[in-house]
Ligand binder design. Structure first.
Ligand SMILES: [Zn+2]
Length: 310
């Protein structure tokens, strides 16, 4: 298994709290000599969800951000373009690219690339990460035209390659951590076998919120420590080869399990996972996991049928 960690929304930062979290997170990776793929917004919008906003903050005006990222890039981090402004172009929808004409997408991506290359002239730029993981076929074509090699999206896409551009999914950190909390890193590695997986991180993953899921940097640091102890490879996105994908049945199982763990926040999931914990104590892990997988697959089938009826 190869893990690729991706940090999104690196941009001009106003919040002291986010600044501190970001710096601590980068330091944890640096201290373990592990790289991060950093998705950078060159000219972040003051209001990303307001398409009429006209105030933007260029990354070079934030000296602290630039020097932090430079330190990472000098130590093997990978630079990625995360849109130009991260501002949506539609009301009540979050996308900077999807549904725009090819030419506008191309122009925006080119502008972003030039901007990043000006500020980080020594870092190779080969990866495009669309804001909100939202993109369409024209985005992939535009990316190909600019010479970038990879589009990294979200959980709901399949890996493929088109005109020399690799399109790879990214998975939310929350799911990965939930997985490790219920199952284990060994179990995750066993499920993935020889494949690679991209895991997306945001600073909000490490900021305490009202939601039930919280992850402290200490806990995450311990996870990374375990990854190191077990000699699991942590790398960046490979440019010339499609990262080894999942075996379909493994991917199916991973999706089903993540879906079930996601439901923990809902009553139905809590009941099943809670019951599984009890079964685990009485009949053992293997039987409990098998039962839980049956439930997970059942729920996925139900979801598919519901979507079909819609
Ligand atoms: Zn983003």
């Amino acid at each position: 298994m190869k893990l690729i960690f991706r940090y999104d929304d690196f941009a001009f930062e106003h919040s002291e709290e986010n600044n501190a979290v970001r710096e601590r997170l980068f330091n944890v990776f640096l201290s373990l000599d592990m790289p991060i793929v950093v998705a950078v917004v060159p000219n972040i919008s003051a209001e990303v969800r307001n398409r009429y906003n006209t105030i933007f903050f260029p990354i070079e005006n934030d000296v602290q951000s630039v020097s932090l990222l430079n330190r990472g890039l000098e130590n093997g981090f990978q630079l990625a373009l995360h849109g130009l402004t991260h501002q949506t172009h539609r009301d009540r929808s979050a996308t900077e690219y999807a549904n725009l004409p090819f030419e506008s997408q191309l122009q925006s991506i080119r502008k972003g690339m030039n901007h990043l290359s000006r500020v980080f002239p020594n870092a190779p730029l080969e990866v495009f990460i669309p804001p909100w993981n939202s993109f369409d076929d024209s985005t992939v074509d535009a990316v190909g035209k600019t010479g970038l090699r990879i589009v990294c999206g979200g959980e709901n896409i399949e890996a493929y390659s088109k005109n020399g551009v690799l399109v790879v999914p990214g998975w939310a950190l929350k799911g990965f951590i939930n997985y490790l909390r219920y199952y284990s890193l060994d179990d995750f590695a066993c499920l993935l076998g020889g494949s690679s997986i991209v895991i997306m991180m945001h600073s909000y993953d490490f900021v305490k919120t009202a939601s039930r899921y919280t992850l402290s940097l200490d806990e995450f640091g311990a996870v990374l420590g375990e990854i190191r102890t077990k000699n699991i490879e942590v790398g960046i996105l490979p440019v010339d080869v499609q990262p080894t994908g999942f075996i379909p049945t493994q991917e199916c199982l991973l999706r089903a399990r993540l879906d079930l763990l996601r439901r923990q926040s809902m009553h139905i999931g809590t009941t099943f996972v809670g019951a599984a914990h009890i079964i685990k104590r009485t009949v053992g892990q293997a039987i409990a996991d098998k039962a839980l997988d049956r439930v997970a697959f059942g729920l996925q089938k139900l979801k598919a049928i519901r979507n079909h009826l819609r």
